[in-house]
Design a protein. Structure first.
Length: 347
């Protein structure tokens, strides 16, 4: 197999047995998973910069196979954790339970989100549906419509609720982005369906599936573990959604497309997304930090995404997960990021 495929597989699947063991038996396994996802990944990124060279690109079929494995792992973890953290296993209200919750939430926020994002851009219907149901299980189904129809079209402009503005804190952005993307995605779907049917709530409107599917997922959680299961599901989904919003916040902070004389905006290019060339977090997040190339080629498989040449696109000063943590402290975020963002705005 190509080396990069093995690297993606090992990086993303390594914590899974420890998460399962933590859910079933408790103990040290949860801490191994949590330490890997946080300190180990960040440490490799910061202290081994020589490991930034790409290996051989994987074949599309192999990349899709890993994506489907990760979809299956996501649903197994989701309902296993609902069973365990609701008190039938490890239980959330304990040190072990909190570590297990944090590690699982980080996996869903960084791997499941990245994988679902990859799949909703695929041309194959089955792969798109797999990604769609991952987002629905995280109670974030509207992202399937809002991301390609709104974000990719209007990124870097005031028309995109998921583009963070200069000096805007993450907390203000998150409120605006969640509600704004839900509404903007709905408008985009209605506009698309109006060309087919005049009905305001056409049965083909995917928002019916997003809302109904979320209700179905919560019902399954209730059947597994009662109201505690529903609460655990809501908490895990909220944690994962927060990380997706953090990723959007970091990857477009302060970057704007210029308005041309006719009122339209310049085309999207590499200058309108922050990138992170760090090795292990890129493998862990299926190359999501290579964001400029994704916006230029949304259908390109994650294994083929590239980092722009130096000087062609803005680069984050630290790995994407580290910058997401910094974004939780607005004063520190502005101190770290504003000089970089202002330099690109001036350029």
């Amino acid at each position: 197999m190509p080396r990069s495929f093995l690297a993606f597989t090992l990086a993303t699947l390594f914590p899974l047995p420890f998460l399962v063991a933590g859910a079933l038996f408790g103990g040290w396994a949860s801490y191994v998973a949590l330490l890997y996802i946080t300190l180990f990944v960040a440490g490799v990124d910061e202290f081994i910069p020589a490991l930034t060279r790409d290996g051989e690109a994987a074949e599309d079929e192999e990349a899709d196979l890993l994506s489907l494995i990760l979809v299956g792992a996501h649903f197994v973890l989701l309902f296993l954790m609902i069973w365990s953290l609701s008190g039938k296993g490890t239980g959330l209200l304990s040190v072990n339970g909190l570590a297990l919750f944090a590690a699982t939430g980080l996996f869903m926020g960084q791997v499941s989100n990245s994988n679902a994002h990859e799949l909703i851009h695929r041309g194959t219907r089955g792969l798109r549906w797999a990604g769609k149901w991952v987002y629905i299980s995280l109670l974030f189904g509207h992202h399937v419509s809002a991301h390609p129809l709104v974000h990719h079209t209007h990124v870097g402009t005031p028309n995109d609720p998921n583009t963070s503005r200069m000096n805007e804190s993450f907390y203000r952005f998150a409120r605006r982005a969640w509600v704004g993307s839900f509404k903007a995605g709905l408008r985009a779907e209605r506009k698309r369906l109006d060309q087919i049917s005049a009905g305001r709530w056409d049965r083909r409107n995917p928002y019916l599936l997003y809302v109904g599917g979320a209700g179905l997922m919560l019902l399954l959680s209730f059947l597994i573990a009662g109201w505690r299961g529903v609460l655990v599901h809501l908490a895990l989904a909220g944690f994962a959604q927060t990380q997706l919003l953090l990723s959007d916040y970091v990857q477009h902070y302060g970057l704007e497309r210029s308005r041309r004389g006719d009122g339209s905006f310049e085309p999207v290019d590499a200058r309108h997304s922050w990138n992170a060339p760090h090795w292990l977090s890129s493998l862990w997040m299926l190359n999501a930090p290579r964001h400029s190339d994704h916006h230029a080629h949304p259908a390109k498989p994650y294994t083929a995404l590239e980092i722009p040449a130096r000087g062609e696109a803005p680069m984050l000063p630290h790995a994407l997960p580290v910058m997401a943590c910094i974004a939780l402290w607005p004063k520190l975020w502005k101190k770290v990021m504003n000089p970089h963002a202002q330099a690109w705005r001036n350029a």
